[in-house]
Design a protein around this ligand. Sequence first.
Ligand code: NDP
Length: 481
Amino acid sequence: MLIGGDWVSCEQNALESVNPADGSINYRVSAAGSEHVDAAVAAARSAVAGKAWRQMLPHVRAQVLSRISDGLKANADELARLQMIENGKVWSECKAQVASAAATYRYYAAVCETLGAEVTPSRGDYLSMSTYEPYGVVAAITPWNSPLTMEAQKVAPALAAGNAIVLKPSEVTPGAALAVGRIALEAGLPPGVLNVLPGTGADTGSALISHPDVRMVSFTGGTATGRSIAAVAAQRLIPVALELGGKSPHIIFDDANLAAAVDGVVDGIFEGSGQSCVAGSRLFVQRSVLEPVLDALVARANGLRVDLPDAAGAQMGPVAGFRHRARIESLVDAARREGGQILAGGARPEGERYAAGAFYRPTVIAGLSNAATAVREEIFGPVLCVLPFDDEDDLIAQANDTAFGLAAGVWTANYQRAWRVARALEAGVVWINTYKQLSIATPFGGFKESGIGREKGVSGVRLYQQSKGIYWSMNPANMPA
Ligand code: NDP
């Protein structure tokens, strides 16, 4: 664990990091108990009050963030490998995620150096201003699917905003967070400003969010966990930012470029073995082109190279763990029971190479209604459910008939329809004739049960700040009566 700039271990309470590609043990990592949570929050609290961090001018803080970005790039292979052996993502994706995390720190260095406050219109002989201050100690809790990028998305803006952070990574992926903690110290971040506590959600996570000195919680993970964290935050009256699950509709109209659309759908659901919050897991296809689209999708799904994550040319690795694969399998079984036709996949790949890993084949299911379990629940695996639609009204009604509202994609050659449909979809991000394009400069977050608050963008820093109004009299004689 990283607490107050020191590396602390706890032999009695350790987690095993398991490689999902072959079931081997990567290493054992100390898990933080309540005494470590207390120590980390105390270290963060004293760092945020200390001069080294509080008085560091924004342009100097920006230099620290820039050096963290450089450190991530310089250690790209180590970071990518840590993520790969912990969550099984293929090497090329892990490398791309290190580059994305580094770009996030660089972006927030620029925001930190340039973001100002406001002089507001006064109603008298005084100067009125809105300034922005950090909350103090922020708890960041993250999932296992993309730890490098998810953690950068929280830590970089929260630091830019002047907070100190206690980060609890997923118990499945503690390695990358610990390495980033080391890189941040090497980059000159004062001790205690970033603390990293591996551990389980039930123990470490819940102790952390309940700690009286934690003044804000930033969470990415499942909707059920988000709901329970929000309940604690409500009791404590502290702000909470929630990036939660999704069941995103991906839509193909009959006038779309079908080859491009199929490419987008395949990337949108099978990249990262479907373990992406924005995975386009419900595909709606206009009935007149259903058959050619299904044929193309089945061919593509069967042709994807599922392999060990570090094998050259691997397009899909295992899913992140054996328990997680069992859950995916149970949802595909539910689809079978509810009348779904498994057109591709629906099973583990066969062969010696896959025997010890948590592999699952890219799966395409047709014939389910929008009410089926596999269509309603987030599977978080390489499973695509395909449904037909007849017209735009039918499409919008089906696409929005979900508890989630994270993302959506629409493929059409008709620009007026693209605009209408994008406006009508209940989702925090809509892609038109593309999918999964993401920019750190564009705010991101969910509608409905997919979350509260927006990360990323310039305004992403404000998520971690509270505004303060300051009124400064220019004429003491004019005091209000
Ligand atoms: P979980 O909700 O199970 O866990 C997320 C994190 O919360 C983990 O660190 C977990 O710890 C911790 N946690 C669990 N229970 C508590 C608790 N009571 N108090 C405090 N912390 C707790 O999600 P997964 O890790 O399984 O990740 C997958 C989910 O994340 C999917 O639903 C996915 O859609 C969502 N996600 C959303 C994104 C978005 O931006 N909207 C992006 C990426 C993923 P532990 O280590 O024990 O699991």
